[in-house]
Design a protein around this ligand. Sequence first.
Ligand code: SF4
Ligand code: SF4
Length: 65
Amino acid sequence: MAVVIDRSKCIYCGACVATCPYLALRLKETYVEVIPEKCTECQLCIKACPVGCISLPGKDNESKR
Ligand code: SF4
Ligand code: SF4
């Protein structure tokens, strides 16, 4: 399991990429890529995202806090 990013809401700020301690997020040309094998579901990126577009499937809408 890994986090999912809603690309329609993402403003491409890079905060999640800078926050992830496990390098599971990567800035691509036009979107943020999640590398599922590296994600530990620590949810730090969810808290870091200013628009709340990162979520963890199965743990409904913790991004909204
Ligand atoms: S949940 Fe943690 S490990 Fe997974 S992408 Fe977010 S910050 Fe990285
Ligand atoms: S923190 Fe949120 S808005 Fe910023 S790049 Fe990551 S997913 Fe997109």
